[in-house]
Design a protein. Sequence first.
Lengths: 375, 213, 214, 290
Amino acid sequence: MRRTCFSIFAVWILMMAPHLAYAQGSAPVAGLEAFDTPSDDGSSITLRWEAKGSGPVDVMRSTSRSGEYELVGEALAADQVFGDATVEEGVGYYYALASVTGGDTVMTDVTGPVAARSNWFRNARKNTMVATIVMFALVGVYVAIARRGKELYVRKIAGLNAIDEAVGRATEMGKKIFYIPGIMSLSEIQTIASLSILKYVSNLTAVYGTDIEVPNKDPLVFSAARETVRQAYMESGKPDQFKEDMVTYLTYDQFAYAASVTAKMVRERPATNFMIGSFFAESLILAETGQAAGAIQIAGTADVTQLPFFVTTCDYTLLGEELYAASAYLSREPVLLGSIKAQDAAKAILMAIMALGIVLLAFDTDIIVRLLKTR
Amino acid sequence: MRRTIPLVLTFLVGMYPIFAFFVPHATVSGVNQWLDKALVIVAAFALPLGVVNLVGMNLEKIKQRRAGWPYAIVLLAGLAVMAYFGVIGVIKGDTGFHPTFEVLFESMVSPLQATMFSLLAFYVASAAYRAFRARNVEATILLVAAIIVMMGRIPFGDMLTGGRMTPLSEWIMNKPNAAAQRGIIIGAALGAASMSIRVILGIERTYLGKSRD
Amino acid sequence: MQPLGLSIGVWVNALLTLCILSFLYKDNPFFRFAESLFAGMSLGYYIGIVTVQTLQPNLIQPLSETFFGNYNYLLLIPMALGIMLYFRYIPRISWLARIALAVYIGYYVGVLMMQKIHGQVLPQTRDTIMPVTTGGIGALWNLVVIIGVFSVLVYFYFSVEHKGVVGKVSRVGIWFLMVSFGASFGYTIMARISLLMGRFSFLVNNWIRPMFGS
Amino acid sequence: MNLKKLLYIDRRIIYLVVAIGALIPIIRPIGLPVVPTEPVIGLFDKLQSLSPGDAVIISYDYGPSSEPELNPMSAAILRHCFHRDIRVIIMAIFPLGGVNMAIRQLERVTGEFEDLEYGTDFVNLGYKDGGQAPMKAMAVSIREVFPNDVDGNDTASMPIMSKVQNYDDVKVVISLATGIIGEWWADLVNAQFDVPVAVGCTAVSAPKYYAFLRSNQMIAVLGGLRGASEYEELLRRNFEWAREVYSDPDEMKQSATTGMDVQSIIHVIIIAFIIFGNVMYFATGKEKGR
């Protein structure tokens, strides 16, 4: 209600605008300027002014200098800024601020014309742009180096050496190996890393002739895992030993899957359990049942929330990004090694930036902190 | 040809959200918003993808009378009933859930899933008893931190220590725990970003699998 | 949880709960029955919510009511891609499914990358730059956090053998990790107990007590 | 010899002890006091700072498996919003039952208010597929992502939706989350669209979110049942209506505060297990028990 009566009052004033426009009452604002809002899709214009006094001001807009001004919004003089988001791209607008001081309305001088433009770059995201380019460059360069056959050093990851032992144990005991590739789909990066480790493990089972089963929860992972195991058996010259039901699909639901897999574990008592990929609460059901069934367990996940369970119940756990490093270390595949080196380089850069930032803070300059502000 | 189209598509569709992230231009962000809404629909189709597989496998199990085939009938019956009440409303043209669909969820799907989870309480207890051994320095630190935080989470802790347990537990969560979690997050985020780049640039292809032809 | 006496729903709910809990004693047909029923019904549930909550309002309705309105015909593209995902089960044209898969994977990989760099790496790095020379207990705790973050990052540094200084720093990193894992385990036990309590309170308050009319 | 037998105690005996521990308080509640902590006060203060008519989003990203922890949280937050005339826009991004949790919670809480009008004071937009896809698309227009609400009514005609175009018109997003979705609200929606995010999560995810809390990517983290009981405590300390609601016997059964009794007992049991297990382990000469 308050707004409508105010706009009627404003319209009445505007009809008399030419005489009142330059009434000399002291307007609480000065130096009004309007410009296209940077880094936007051409849908807003920003107004800025210096506050001389306080109290509300009305933002008036028109498409011609002396034409019909309409009310587009209210602001406080002290705000000194106003964003008009109701503009059309490319149309020239004129702005003025109307304020009521001592009974009569005082209009500031008109500013314009200004048009909103669709901008091609978000200035505030320069830092993310640099970071993205650096990351692409690092991965591109290191992968190129790796492809040219240059030897890239990656340290031994304890959990990985245990894989050969674990498969060996299963072969001696003539018992099954379970490989659980996590419960997320292919859009989850950890599942993709798990598939590379599955490739390595199924190469071993092909060579040793050990029985392996890969129960799946996600249909896309199910078909990708079957291709991966088939590929591994072909590459180690044992295509005949690959059986379709080595890779099975149980159900899509998290807990029905956990129930089915634990039931299988209790029935078939595997010698070795691999739980590598993305897991949630069902991780402890799988790990505890596997331990109770007497299996050697190797887990690996970047889901930090599940790491405590795996660390406490498994013999070896790939912590966080060791999972990604493992798929690179195992396959010795130049491309994966290259990206691990790229990640290490990025970590080194970040640690350097952090150290520099902390040192500069000691000298009261927070330039680094301001540079890293993301919006 | 059948290999390159998917890889080119992954590159284009993968780069677009990154490009639109930096470019606010009206047309660019317009296409970006359309892509977001389009993926809502593609993801909707992807979610029940497992149905074809599950039905196929269980029919196979029933036909060959393999071990546990009666359970396969139970599974297919559950699937059919729930899907029927899920879809019948839409086919008949009215909107919202079919009342039976909600009752079935309420009295069957919900308790089954909740109870499955509650088993964890037992597994946690037995893991705490059997797996929690101070085998070495690291395991001891893990043990001590767990006990402090557990005492800090329950009113008993404060009662026994005159209110000092909750602040101590909060200190552990806010300082050492937050620092370690941050280290893991940064490392894992860089790992995921690098994996994303490999998938976009077509270096990482395992998810596509090798085509048989 | 209807107050009016014990409806069938409460009985089915309670019996299925007992079937799952029986798994604690040992794997048995009751558990297998509940397990399979759940596997089937949960997939049926997904079909239900996908059709009712997404396909109908975002695809069927726009196409059927305003096919030419605000570019709705373009919705045929995601629909086609969605259907193509199912071509994997038709041998002759199974390679087409990989086109739909490429779009699905490509989009999420691109979105995820920005989430990770812009939403995690930069903000977390920025917040680790804290004053340590301002004196007082705050600066000391800042130092603890900084040491924690650096040592954990060094532990996850794969290009250098963990020997000498790097070995010691990564050992400190392991200690921070173990404190964090211990804390997480402590926090998580509460979560698990809550679940058990939730089921027991249902059995006691909604099934047994009403049975005896209290 | 019998020490070793104790070490390999049958798991089912442990289960029995835990089951008894869980049953005692349910049959006779004790009601132990809880001290609110900073991460929970963050959300309480935020909702206190909002004025009537402000809109918030509550996203039900959890399923039946997290109900005991997140239902009390959802009930407390909904009551707080409705008592302060804050408009509530409800949705679910989690496929596994999220939308049914929202329906059930709304039925339970809106029953306590007479003057609440669907479509003006609150709306349930239902579930949408795609995870990050709808979350990103809502930055431009929520109505285009949710053309209909959960029951299929057109959202364009609802007063609440005419005032809320996208995240700019929302004062805070509260995600009641089980898995990773809570994190996406922070590193995608808060990071790119600058809307404050508070996460009520299962205790499993709480430790990780302390890192996001420190960097202000989340304004609050309510961790598990303890977080819920702290919020109930804050409500009781500040509002008469809360003292009434949380003293009604039927409500007491489902409240987080009563749940804390069970927690206390079983935590003590598990701590005793840990200590006892280790004493046995050292007593039997550090053999690797399996």
